[in-house]
Design a protein around this ligand. Structure first.
Ligand code: DGL
Length: 274
């Protein structure tokens, strides 16, 4: 079993999972982390289930080989495919955004899910919300333009607003009271989303619940790191730039250990999936 001082493993297809890292920074500031961005294969959202499963498994296998104490699947698209089957690897818990994001705050009636095509196609949010909150009406909308905008560093401005306004027309017509940011890239667009949707609509970021769940898990397992300076390692499967500059601008800190990985796990590792 990894030490309590071991890092948290976090993965996504690209920049999106850093919205989960922001929550980690706020809620668990002493924890170290290894973040892997699969920038060589982003976006995941339009890919087949088999591809998403294989890529996700490779990321998890890699993080296990790095001896992390927990894994956050900071990608809804991956979590709807792999999490129904894989909840932990040995003693290492694997927690996912979609499972956390379907735990809604009380009081909402008309809720929209904005997500990738693969997440919408899975209807996992619909299934989980239907079980937990039968009173909620849910509208699901795939937004395939949003991830490329975020990966290109276009998070603000008129062009972004026009694209969002066009895509969100059915949502405006439907008049929801809350919108789930069902892709970890979407919090980058939160300001423009709020402007387009109006101040009466509450934006729900599943990262908040995901990091709450991690907090509880570390409490139960007595595995919080003792107070210490956290170490962050950020890895990409594609070129380090422009990812690095965009990541630093979003997180507001420098990432001196940014490096490239081929995702090849240690050869001696034998991952026992339970
Ligand atoms: N950020 C990911 C998600 O939460 C995936 C986006 C993509 O690669 O299409 O779904």
């Amino acid at each position: 079993m990894p030490f309590a001082t071991a890092p948290i493993g976090v993965y996504d297809s690209g920049l999106g999972g850093l919205s989960v890292v922001k929550q980690l920074q706020q809620q668990l500031p002493h924890e170290s982390l290894i973040y892997v961005a699969d920038t060589a294969r982003v976006p995941y959202g339009g890919r087949s289930r088999d591809e998403i499963y294989r890529f996700s498994f490779e990321m998890i296998e890699y993080l296990v080989s790095r001896n992390v104490k927990a894994i956050l699947c900071a990608c809804n698209t991956s979590s709807v495919v792999i999490l129904p089957e894989l909840k932990r690897v040995g003693h290492i818990p694997v927690l996912g955004l979609a499972q956390a994001g379907s735990l809604l705050p009380r009081g909402h009636r008309r809720v929209v899910l904005l997500a990738t095509e693969a997440t919408v196609r899975s209807h996992l949010y619909r299934q989980l919300i239907g079980m937990r909150f039968p009173e909620v009406e849910l509208l699901e909308l795939a937004c395939p333009e949003f991830v490329p905008l975020v990966e290109a560093g276009k998070w603000q401005g008129q062009e972004v607003e026009n694209i969002l306004r066009h895509r969100l027309q059915p949502v405006l017509d439907w008049q929801p009271d809350a919108v789930i940011l069902g892709c970890s890239h979407y919090p980058y667009l939160a300001d423009v989303l709020q402007k387009v949707l109006g101040p009466q609509v509450q934006l729900l970021d599943p990262a908040v619940q995901l990091v709450n769940q991690l907090h509880q898990k570390l409490d139960q397992q007595h595995r919080h790191t003792p107070y210490r300076q956290p170490v962050w390692e950020v890895l990409t499967t594609g070129p380090a730039e422009p990812f690095g500059a965009l990541a630093e601008s979003y997180l507001g800190c420098s990432l001196p250990d940014l490096a490239r990985t081929t995702l090849v796990p240690e050869p001696a590792l034998n991952v026992a999936v339970m």
